[in-house]
Design a protein around this ligand. Structure first.
Ligand SMILES: NC(=O)c1ccc[n+]([C@@H]2O[C@H](COP(=O)([O-])OP(=O)(O)OC[C@H]3O[C@@H](n4cnc5c(N)ncnc54)[C@H](OP(=O)(O)O)[C@@H]3O)[C@@H](O)[C@H]2O)c1
Length: 239
């Protein structure tokens, strides 16, 4: 039997991560996804697909990350692709932002990317092949009030992406960031959509599928000469 492709997706239970899990699992991939607390959504995905595996694992937890990656390698023997998707926001203007708001966002959005890239990257170097996609944000490029923590974390992810792409490129491993604008998920449901779309050239929020489609392209061989890039998918918000 032909061996399937193997993916790890962090934060796969909801939003963009779930859309990526659906797209990969419906094609030729075994998908191992992590989540923090949403057991119900994790079980729904497990019920739907035979080729999907779930891990309750906080991306901030370095030791747990190593366990998850080692378990995937022991089951599959390889990892073709890592999607660093898990992320949070804790918006507050700087005067009201406490240390926890700052640390939670930086450690989830940026240290989480370090944790998974470190252990998966080691395996990909052994394989001499692999693709890493970091889900960043348009907030890495444009500042929004109340998002000093979030913008800093995502700008960090983009810097990390470029440096890691240079390190891993000689081993035939590609590393890119996808930077979504406003996408309809739980993360954006508190926003005033009518007001926000005034600034979006295409006049609407994006769908999770529109991001998953770009991720699927970037991990495919059709993107075999793209590395170290930050691909903005924002409906023309930041032009
Ligand atoms: N939505 C947008 O407009 C937008 C725009 C730009 C960038 N992004 C980025 O896209 C990514 C996904 O966002 P989303 O809108 O899909 O968010 P979401 O709907 O809130 O889903 C977040 C996912 O991440 C998981 N997660 C959160 N903290 C985690 C942790 N510490 N460890 C493991 N998993 C964790 C959640 O797991 P549980 O379900 O268990 O909580 C959930 O599966 C994030 O990196 C976000 O910054 C989103």
């Amino acid at each position: 039997m032909l061996k399937k492709y193997i993916a790890i997706v962090t934060g796969g239970t909801r939003g963009l991560g779930a859309a990526i899990v659906h797209q990969l699992a419906s094609n030729d991939w075994n998908v191992h996804f992590t989540y923090q607390s949403d057991e119900q959504s994790a079980n729904d995905l497990l019920d739907k697909y035979e080729n999907v595996f779930a891990y309750k694992a906080d991306v901030k937890d370095y030791k747990r990350t190593r366990e998850v990656v080692e378990e995937v390698i022991s089951i599959e023997g390889k990892i073709d692709c890592l999607i660093n998707n898990a992320g949070i926001k804790r918006d507050k203007s700087l005067g009201f932002m406490n240390e926890r708001n700052w640390r939670d966002v930086i450690e989830t959005n940026l240290s989480g990317v370090f944790n998974y890239s470190k252990f998966v990257g080691k395996q990909m170097i052994k394989q001499k092949t692999g693709v890493i996609i970091n889900i960043s944000s348009i907030s890495a490029f444009i500042g929004l009030k109340g998002q000093t923590n979030y913008s800093a974390s995502k700008a960090g992810v983009n810097g990390f992406t470029k440096a890691l792409a240079k390190e891993l490129g000689p081993n035939n491993i590609r590393v890119n960031s996808v930077c979504p604008g406003f996408i309809k998920t739980e993360m954006t449901e508190q926003l005033n959509e009518t007001e926000m779309i005034q600034d979006i050239t295409l006049g609407r929020f994006g769908s999770t599928k529109e991001i998953a489609d770009v991720v699927v392209f970037l991990i495919s061989n059709k993107a075999s000469y793209i590395t170290g890039q930050t691909i903005i998918v924002d409906g023309g918000l930041a032009i």
